[in-house]
Design a protein around this ligand. Sequence first.
Ligand code: BEZ
Length: 221
Amino acid sequence: MPGLLLGDEFPNFEAETTIGRIKFHDFLGSSWGILFSHPRDFTPVCTTELACAAKISDQFKKRGVKMIALSIDSVEDHRNWSKDVMSFNSEAESALPFPIIADDKRELAVLLGMLDPDERDKDGMPLTARCVFVVGPDKKLKLSILYPATTGRNFDEILRVIDSLQLTAQKKVATPVDWKPGDKVMVIPSLSEAEAAALFPNGVTTKEVPSGKKYLRYTQL
Ligand code: BEZ
């Protein structure tokens, strides 16, 4: 199945959405972007996910990330489902704060390698998996995560990853397990000791390990 690799330019697809027809790169402009797909409208897990994404949409905005969802139903279904989603959030009067792509012909699902072979509709057609694509301002794929239809995503983790992506796009650091903004970061292995000392004025501390190798280098930004 075709798919995308990290660093690939994200396809500049055209699609119908709940805000009209878009060209993806124009939709993104110079922003970061997140595209998250759903198996189907009017399904329980998808509804909880869209509701969560809507609730924390200001967190994406704060990070300069444009949001867009996708599922394999029509614009009309998406518009009706959006009302359920906002009602689930007890915000029935508000509009869903991001558009949904109508991939009812599954063209994007195939192009982006999003079909889940284990989940099928009543006609035996495969549904979309829960993909997350984060695209940088250079339109290149920075992150992809693929969940099966039966497992809902954790949008706090997605925000955490975006914080790491945005930081490591600017600085020669990597973020360790469970890192959160403000925590110490790790110096990337390709930097020499002298380069690290010059780049990180707060100093670099190295954790001693039995191998004697000095690769566990931390700094506070
Ligand atoms: C759901 O969103 O609840 C769902 C969709 C497709 C398969 C399983 C669960």
